[in-house]
Design a protein around this ligand. Structure first.
Ligand SMILES: Cc1ncc(COP(=O)(O)O)c(C=O)c1O
Length: 460
């Protein structure tokens, strides 16, 4: 058995790490060298059981875009559920109170109708949301991707080929796992054919304004068309490669994919599970990239922490599935509807998107500056989602450096640290704090990051 990660002076955290690493399988967690334990969270901070404060530079992997436990969000959420303070206060412990049901299977609530209306209205108001006609709810990103692919495959069963961009991440379950990664991964689903994604052209922010020629990528698609013709059903891509290492392509690439799909009657699925709800600086990445997907997959930030996802798209595609073919126990649970309404309320009535633009300028400048430490070689990103690529340094390879940076940031200084996740693609650290961070918090956290990186570099 792998020994649990332990840190000196963290008795309570260490006890939790010990319990969970012996009583739950290792596989349940992605490797992060800190295995941070959170006692509570508020806004952009997590607090450890020992009382240390950690800037959350992950937002729970792009989930808590509005920060943790935002008061107004929580009030809306509870109001939607019909939860009132007197239901839990006042010493009464017996009996029941009247509120919205916590179950959803084969039933409907007015709450679900409100959530679906609100989500569609919001999508359709965004440039590129014109094909968002029906919402297929799900409970995780990979399930939304899977349901989108089911809808496409049912539309015409003679069209069995799915195109996917290489090194994309769409989840691990079923068909979502099948369109993740590349053809060299084992046990590939023979229906999935991978196409290239421009990675080299956008491996650092300094290349952002370079000319981009999509013709060689188009030639790949044409070759597949020659080979498979009408068997090609759909094409799925992320707006930017997230889990693959934060590669944010020129908009012309996605626009070319869309053009080719339209010319060849191929359905375009845009997997925005990670990008949706403001991460790119726009409400939806399809607006940021100037495309109009036939189906968009939503997740993560959609419920600001409540598990909810959705495939939203053309009603003729969604309508190709019949009773039960997209249903399960948790999809469209009232908790999900209440969370989506509360999250939409915040995005529609606050300046979170404008704040994201302001934060972007600060983060771009300050993250690019971290290259001077010698530890960071490349910086990529947009809006408030960045990847910083570690360099080989001081006799350590870039993957070891990434681990050292996560540990160093976790331990921080004077009771304050930074919560980073284990690296993407081995050596790329994700920087995606809540977009409600104030500018003062941005500067303070970046000052801390910089001083920790300098200290680490000096020690190696
Ligand atoms: C773009 C994208 N699609 C799908 C998924 C899978 O989502 P989940 O982990 O909720 O199944 C992820 C998760 O990181 C993602 O980034």
């Amino acid at each position: 058995m792998v020994q649990p990660i332990q840190f000196a002076g963290e008795d309570r955290s260490n006890a939790t790490r010990e319990t969970l690493s012996t009583k739950e399988p290792l596989a349940l967690r992605t490797f992060t060298p800190s295995q941070a334990v959170f006692a509570k969270s508020a806004g952009i901070f997590h607090f450890t059981p020992e009382g240390r404060k950690l800037y959350d530079y992950s937002s729970g992997v792009l989930v808590a875009n509005l920060g943790h436990n935002p008061r107004r969000w929580m009030q809306t959420f509870c109001r939607q559920m019909g939860w009132k303070p007197e239901h839990i206060a006042g010493g009464e412990t017996e009996g029941y109170f009247e509120a919205v049901t916590l179950t959803a299977y084969n039933a409907m609530t007015e709450l679900e109708a409100t959530a679906v209306d609100r989500l569609l209205k919001n999508l359709q108001a965004s440039k590129g949301g014109g094909r968002c006609e029906q919402v297929m709810w799900a409970a995780s990103g990979s399930e939304a991707v899977q349901k989108a692919l089911w809808a496409c495959l049912h539309r015409d069963e003679s069209r069995d080929i799915i195109l996917a961009t290489r090194y994309g991440f769409h989840g691990k379950k079923g068909l979502a796992g099948a369109v993740t990664g590349s053809e060299t991964d084992h046990d590939r689903d023979p229906r999935v054919k991978f196409i290239s994604f421009p990675m080299q052209e956008c491996d650092d922010l300094s290349k952002m304004n370079d000319e981009f020629d999509p013709s060689k990528y188009r030639a790949e698609l044409d070759a597949l068309q020659q080979e498979y013709g009408n068997r090609i059903n759909c094409l799925i891509t992320e707006p930017y490669l997230g889990g693959g290492g934060s590669y944010h392509p020129p908009a012309e690439y996605l626009q070319m994919l869309q053009e080719w799909c339209r010319e060849n009657d191929v359905i375009l699925i845009l997997d925005e599970v990670q990008a949706n709800f403001g991460r790119t600086g726009k409400m939806y990445a399809f607006d940021a990239y100037g495309v109009e997907p036939d189906i968009v997959c939503l997740g993560k930030g959609l419920g600001n922490g409540v598990p909810v996802s959705a495939a939203v798209g053309r009603s003729d595609l969604m309508g190709s599935l019949t009773y039960g073919e997209g249903s399960d126990t948790w999809s469209a649970n009232p908790l999900a509807g209440a969370a989506v309404i509360a999250t939409l309320d915040e995005f529609e009535n606050s300046d979170v998107l404008e704040n994201t633009t302001r934060l972007n300028e600060i983060f771009v400048e300050r993250l690019m500056r971290q290259k001077e430490t010698g530890i960071i070689s490349k910086v990529r990103g947009e809006g408030m989602v960045f990847g910083i690529e570690c360099a080989d340094f001081g006799g350590h390879d870039s993957k070891q450096i990434a681990i050292k940076v996560v540990e160093k940031c976790y331990l921080g200084r004077d009771g304050v640290g930074i919560h980073l996740l284990g690296a993407l693609a081995g050596n790329v650290l994700r920087i995606s704090p809540p977009m409600t961070m104030t500018l003062e918090e941005a500067y303070a956290s970046l000052d801390l990051l910089e001083s920790l990186l300098v200290e680490l570099a000096d020690s190696l």
